[in-house]
Write a protein that binds this ligand. Structure first.
Ligand SMILES: [Zn+2]
Length: 525
């Protein structure tokens, strides 16, 4: 069963009465906008988006709410920014820090908007809101009062569930200092039911500088923020969340999920939402994991893969299994091949887990009538390197009929992504150039190899219909007669044309070349 179907089943089972009352199922995910968003976050986004998508597809109203968390404090400076410029903002809410680039209202908007835009491009259809809006709107006010009233209970939960000890003077809230704007450097000293007293000091926490101010302020309407685990619990309540999972790291015994669930139940008297963890999404390869600021980002993934292929990558592996992807290996051609295999199955009328994945790799509205000819990515990647070839003609030969407009669009798309892959990621073994004369390396052929190539040339010359299949059959015939091993024979051919020991399927490859040229080259060796 497709993993998202299972999660949707369980969501329906738990919230059947709300669904019967016509209420929407609320699915929520968030990302702290503290810098460029790492590609790993897409796994969590995919889980939430898919649950909402599957529910909607079944006629159950569901909304995917995505929060740009812009109210968290800056607790580290990304390596690609000037540390000396941002040091003074450590501990300030991200929404109150200037944007590193012009055109954005604040620091969080720069990174949050880009990521939200990526989610839209992938077709995850998020309803985007900001944590600062949630606090400033007053939606958290009652929960703030409750948490301050029941701070002893929260302290007890922290200790019971996660063995984390908080002092008796601890309050589960941080005020934004009225004087300097720091959030992490403040410490609440008292609560009278309407206002809190607080201090702002460099002694509060190691990494944030306080200003020494002491004041009294209402903790409501955006003046203060919960620490993370209380914050998570409060958002379950404030947003009325039905499904929300999270990264595996939050789901450990005594981890943040357990603490937040206990706070939701015991402090806010609210049953926490259903949710499971998502496993990690690891992107390998030197170019993607370089520490020099170009670590794999969600935006970068959308340059490497078209949206529906990225969507396929994100949903094809069960959400509780690790997903690894290395654009420098053969992962991209293999991913396209997977798409093609699922397409073929779907278009031949089969219905199973594979075809369910294929269906949800497309956004609503593009799930029907998408039949088209899918030229194999690896072959397209080869063809774009052969400037003498007419791409459309070659692909039309592969299809064995004329390409229509939809086919041509597909070919154009695949060519563009293939070029990008070859230029930026592909391993040297995928890079080919047709050699203008017999390459030096081909001249080392043995006597047996030479005579096999000559025999091949003679038979090819006599062949009436030199298409991929016939040439393929011919190569096997010649190989048998010559007594060479497959490796000895095929290596000799690749060396003669490409100067490399391997290449695309020989029959198909030679069929794309002029027959006379092929015969001559074989004899020249
Ligand atoms: Zn201050």
């Amino acid at each position: 069963m497709f993993w998202a179907d299972k999660l949707a089943d369980e969501t329906i089972r738990r919230y059947q009465s709300q669904i019967d009352d016509g209420k929407s199922i609320i699915v929520r995910d968030e990302k702290t906008a503290s810098g460029k968003v790492h590609v790993g976050s897409l796994r969590s986004a995919a889980m939430h988006a898919m649950v909402a998508d599957v529910l909607n597809e079944r006629g159950v109203k569901a909304e995917f709410h995505f929060e740009i968390n812009d109210f968290d404090p800056m607790d580290g400076i990304p390596s690609y920014l000037d540390e000396s410029e941002y040091q003074k903002y450590m501990g300030h809410p991200l929404c109150n820090i200037p944007s590193p680039e012009a055109g954005y209202e604040n620091f969080a908007e720069l990174y949050g908007q880009e990521y939200a835009e990526n989610l839209k491009e992938i077709g995850f259809n998020p309803i985007v809101y900001r944590a600062s809006e949630l606090y400033r709107s007053g939606a958290m006010n009652d929960l703030i009062a409750k948490a301050l009233d029941r701070r002893d209970k929260i302290r007890e939960i922290y200790y019971r569930v996660s063995k984390s000890e908080k002092g008796e003077d601890w309050y589960p809230l941080n005020v934004v200092c009225e004087k300097c704007g720091n959030l992490s450097a403040t410490k609440i000293t008292g609560w009278d039911g309407e206002t809190v007293g607080y201090t702002c000091s460099s002694d509060t926490i190691d990494w944030a500088e306080g200003c020494g101010h002491e004041g009294r302020i209402s903790p409501f309407d955006g003046n203060a923020k919960f620490p993370w685990k209380v914050d998570w619990a409060a958002k379950f309540v404030a947003k009325g969340v039905h499904f929300e999972g999270g990264g595996k790291d939050h789901y450990t015994k005594g981890g943040s999920r357990q603490v937040s669930e206990a706070i939701a139940r015991e402090v806010f008297d609210h049953e926490p939402p259903y949710g499971v963890f998502n496993e990690f999404f690891l992107v390998g390869g030197k170019k993607m994991s370089s520490s020099k600021g170009n670590a794999a980002t969600a935006a970068q993934m959308l340059k490497i893969l078209p949206a529906h292929i990225l969507r396929l990558l994100l949903i094809k592996t069960p959400i509780n299994r690790q997903l690894d992807f290395d654009p420098e290996g053969d992962a991209i051609p293999v991913l396209f091949d997977t798409y093609d295999r699922l397409a073929e199955k779907t278009w031949s009328g089969i219905e199973d887990d594979d075809t369910q994945v294929f269906k949800f790799a497309h956004v609503p509205g593009s799930r029907e009538e998408n039949k088209r000819y899918l030229p194999r990515f690896s072959q397209v990647a080869f063809l774009v390197q052969m400037p003498h070839m007419n791409m459309e003609e070659e692909v039309s030969n592969m299809k064995e009929s004329e390409l229509n407009d939809v086919d041509k669009n597909e070919l154009e798309m695949r060519s563009a992504y293939a070029k990008d892959w070859l230029e930026n990621y592909a391993d040297d073994k995928f890079i080919f150039a047709l050699q203008e004369s017999v390459p030096e390396v081909a001249k080392d052929a043995t006597e047996e190899q030479r005579s096999a190539l000559k025999l091949f040339a003679d038979k090819l010359e006599a062949l009436d219909k030199a298409d991929g299949q016939s040439i393929h059959e011919l190569t096997h015939e010649v190989k048998e007669e010559s007594g060479l091993s497959p490796k000895e024979f095929f290596t000799a051919i690749y060396l003669a044309f490409l100067g490399k020991e391997s290449g695309p399927k020989v029959g198909w490859f030679l069929s794309t070349l002029d027959k006379e040229f092929v015969v001559t080259r074989l004899r020249e060796v």
